[in-house]
Design a protein around this ligand. Structure first.
Ligand code: SF4
Length: 411
């Protein structure tokens, strides 16, 4: 019991620290987010307007470190798990920034672009901007996305962010819209043009206009074991205008809610089984989940269920194909090795078949008989349970290991 208390104390201590650090760094890097529309708001608004507007209208309560002592054990676990997912991206960003800087390129981390569109303040924060001057001026923007699983295709919200970032970079090139903070760079400046920023940071000379500059944006999707680039994305006026219009809708609907003219439930929400709903801070009272009619009349729910059924079908076909191949490999192993054990290898893999002990489980009938016969004889229940364990038949397991080829390393 005392050990459990200590474990709980350690987790509470860490959770409070993560929450405090997260609030402080967000305030430092992004300022008061209620005062502008960011590109992540636009990305979210592209997927679900209601979710984006709720965030801007201050309808989401944020947990602070001082709230941690009052959390139940279950709440604590769920807060910590959510924070680890949220913070993982920042931790990876720090490592990737150091890796890019180690190459010696001219890197601007967390470049801010600030504009006003129809009176609405909009800010973009670019994770990594790399600059080359000279005869072939080039700019690469890289956005890091931390994902549990690397997606096959980029989400619409990520693409919107990329088009917003690169579109604003080109559109604002000659305007005093760029800022960098001292936290990320040697020097700090505000409201300069992009060529001025490059000149002040690196002494690089860039053209006054972006027309002949090679500009691309990329997304790096990173999981705990894999990384995949998506891109390139090029400046596109139509996509930029779409982003700006979404920003305007989020801002205007937020203003309407704050003026009391509409409620959050009047704001349009996304249809279907949308992944955003799993993590959405306002999913508890979302109209989407209040009405059976919505399920019946929104075809996107049907489509998703069909997709799942189809995937299950594919899974069972794959499972059968896998079983056939596995059995063939086991047969080949026995034909080659006979009764011997040990690894066989191809040029890239090694494999062996081993006999594993059967799984242990409780024999209920035996347990009942033994309990009835011995429970009053002074024999302990543990002894009775021990006698009642049975072992299932042995089974085979196929091992496959990748053989890592030797590489000649630099001295
Ligand atoms: S629960 Fe889903 S539909 Fe409702 S606001 Fe959140 S993301 Fe949108």
């Amino acid at each position: 019991m005392q050990l459990d208390n200590k474990k709980d104390g350690l987790l509470r201590f860490l959770t409070a620290g993560i929450l405090k650090y997260s609030h402080e760094t967000t305030a430092l890097q992004l300022g008061d987010r209620s005062q502008y529309i960011g590109l992540s708001d636009i990305g979210k608004g592209m997927e679900c307007l209601r979710a984006a507007v709720a965030g801007k209208a201050g309808l989401i309560e944020h947990l602070h470190d001082k709230d941690v002592p009052g959390l139940s054990a279950g709440e604590l676990r769920s807060v910590l798990e959510k924070q680890i997912i949220l913070q993982r991206g920042h931790w990876q960003e720090y490592g990737l920034q150091n890796a890019i800087m180690a190459t010696g390129v001219k890197l601007i981390p967390q470049l801010e672009i600030c504009i006003e569109y129809n009176g609405i303040p909009i800010k973009a924060h670019l994770d990594f901007t790399i600059v080359w001057g000279g005869g072939k001026p080039t700019v690469r923007v890289i956005e890091l996305k931390s994902n549990e699983l690397i997606p096959d295709h980029l989400y619409a919200s990520y693409e919107a962010q990329m088009y917003g970032q690169i579109g604003l970079l080109k559109e604002c090139w000659q305007k005093p819209c760029f800022s960098v903070t001292a936290e990320h760079n040697q020097i700090e400046f505000n409201d300069v043009t992009f060529p001025e920023a490059a000149a002040q940071l690196f002494g690089v000379s860039l053209p006054d206009t972006p027309e002949n500059v090679d500009i691309e944006a990329w997304v790096l999707s990173i999981s705990m074991t894999q990384i995949k680039p998506f891109g390139p994305y090029f400046p596109d006026n139509i996509m930029l205008n779409t982003c700006l219009q979404i920003a305007e809708r989020i801002w205007n609907e937020k203003e309407e809610i704050l003026s009391g003219n509409i409620s959050l439930d009047d704001v349009q929400y996304c249809s279907g089984f949308h992944p955003l709903c799993d993590f959405c801070n306002v999913n508890q009272d979302c109209p989407k989940f209040k009405d059976q009619d919505i399920l019946e009349h929104d075809p996107s729910f049907e489509a998703e269920l069909e997709k799942l059924a189809d995937l299950k079908e594919q899974e069972s076909v794959i499972q059968k194909k896998r079983d056939v191949i596995e059995q063939r490999i086991k047969n080949t192993y026995r034909l080659i090795n006979g009764n011997k054990i040990g690894w066989l290898k191809t040029s890239g893999y090694r494999f062996k078949v081993s006999t594993m002990p059967g799984r242990k489980s409780l024999d209920r009938d035996k347990l009942q008989d033994n309990m009835a016969a011995h429970i009053h004889d002074g024999i302990s229940v543990d002894d009775v349970l021990e006698q009642c364990q049975k072992t299932s038949s042995p089974y085979e397991r196929l091992y496959i290991n990748k053989i890592n080829k030797k590489r000649i390393s630099a001295a």
